[in-house]
Ligand binder design. Structure first.
Ligand SMILES: NC(=O)c1ccc[n+]([C@@H]2O[C@H](COP(=O)([O-])OP(=O)(O)OC[C@H]3O[C@@H](n4cnc5c(N)ncnc54)[C@H](OP(=O)(O)O)[C@@H]3O)[C@@H](O)[C@H]2O)c1
Length: 354
């Protein structure tokens, strides 16, 4: 079956306005989601009211946390509503403005993705500088994934000079940057894991890892023990379950873990048992700390100039995987959950005007 949803006529606001299309949640998934969970709907974008802007979205982000929002359960962010448009990170160009602070022509990042046109309060839009990097970079290296990797390794589980650092989902948006940040922070050895031999190779050849482990090829615990025979100091966990268990076994006394994500359980339909060796956290006096990047948005002020500098001098490698058009957005999301991306998975919704 194609991952592209079928367009159904919308009930969007009538009257003069721009024709738009948006992706709505059709039905909540049980376990792994599929194209049947999404609906592509034609709408009409309303004119902006006082203090608002109309944005023509050029790029949108698909992210793992969106899987959690498809379920009807309380979390740190409200669930998506059945029959309503999804939302999430996007960038676009202001095409009509009723807010002097955000003029027509500005490129903005905001949180009304999954649609071609968005009307939002100017206060909810951040004007971004496309002279520093292309607009889509603000959804990746200069956006939430970049900040997540940076905060995880400078604050949640700080890397110290000489450390051995392990990162899971290392070929993805957060992971492809995390290895490079660990190195900048003085790590002596940086080990990443990803699915498949091609990705494992790219970890070393493109993203600066010393070793790339293919977790599909063999048990991750044995591979990590072989790659870090003297143990590890820091683990950035994007995956949970078997990867966390492997890291607990490999960590030195006093080791640090940043619990950033647990993508291996996002489709689980029943509670997943924790690592069987959690007792090691006690005997090794480990620190395991959860982090939510939304608690650290103030650190963009410190992170953005640093990352922009590394992009400008060519020392930070980034990658994107791009799918085209709003109709491809559900498929891009499903593909990302299955590991079909290298670097940041993005959907291009329209060409930039300039
Ligand atoms: N705490 C926060 O504030 C915060 C913020 C952003 C992201 N995150 C978390 O960080 C992690 C990475 O996010 P991202 O945006 O950078 O996504 P991403 O890594 O670009 O994409 C997700 C990747 O997860 C991997 N994956 C899927 N199922 C897996 C499994 N069963 N075992 C191991 N790997 C699996 C796939 O790569 P492979 O081909 O390698 O399997 C896939 O490419 C996610 O867990 C996300 O929820 C947390």
């Amino acid at each position: 079956m194609s991952d592209a949803p079928i367009l159904v006529p919308g009930t969007g606001s009538a009257g003069p306005g721009l024709t738009s299309r948006e992706i709505r949640l059709a039905v909540r998934p049980q376990g792994e989601p599929g194209p049947e969970n999404f609906e592509l709907v034609g709408t009409t974008a309303p004119a902006p009211g006082p203090g608002q802007v109309l944005v023509r979205n050029t790029w949108m982000s698909v992210d793992p946390y969106m899987r959690g929002r498809m379920d009807d359960r309380e979390s740190y962010i409200p669930p998506f509503r059945v029959g309503a448009a999804l939302d999430g990170g996007a960038v676009g160009e202001v095409v009509a403005s009723e807010a002097p602070s955000v003029p027509v022509g500005a490129t903005v990042s905001h949180f009304l993705g999954w649609r071609e046109y968005a009307v939002l309060d100017a206060a909810a839009a951040t004007v971004v500088d496309t002279a520093v990097a292309p607009a889509e970079a603000y959804l990746g290296v200069l956006g939430i994934p970049g900040l997540t990797a940076y905060v995880a390794l400078t604050d949640t589980a700080p890397v110290r000079p000489g450390d051995v650092v392990f990162v899971s989902a290392a070929a993805g948006a957060v992971g492809s940057l995390a290895g490079q940040f660990a190195r900048r922070l003085g790590a002596a050895r940086v080990i990443g894991s990803a699915g498949g031999p091609e990705k494992a190779k790219r970890l070393v050849e493109e993203f600066g890892y010393d070793a790339g482990l293919d977790y599909r090829a063999d048990a991750i615990g044995a591979q990590l023990a072989a790659a870090a025979p003297d143990g590890i100091d820091v683990y950035l966990d994007n995956v949970g379950t078997d990867h966390l268990e492997a890291a607990l076994a490999a960590l030195h006394v006093g080791g640090r873990v940043a619990l950033v994500g647990a993508i291996s359980v996002y489709n689980a339909t029943a509670p997943v048992p924790g690592p069987t060796n959690l007792m090691l956290a006690l005997t090794k006096r480990l620190s395991l700390r959860g982090m939510l990047v939304t608690d650290h948005l103030d650190r963009f002020a410190e992170y953005l100039p640093l990352a922009a500098g590394w992009l400008a001098d060519g020392t930070l490698r980034t990658a994107t995987t791009v799918r085209e058009g709003i109709e491809a957005a559900p498929g891009a999301f499903l593909e990302m959950l299955r590991g079909g991306n290298v670097g940041k998975m993005l959907v291009r919704l329209a060409d930039e005007a300039r």
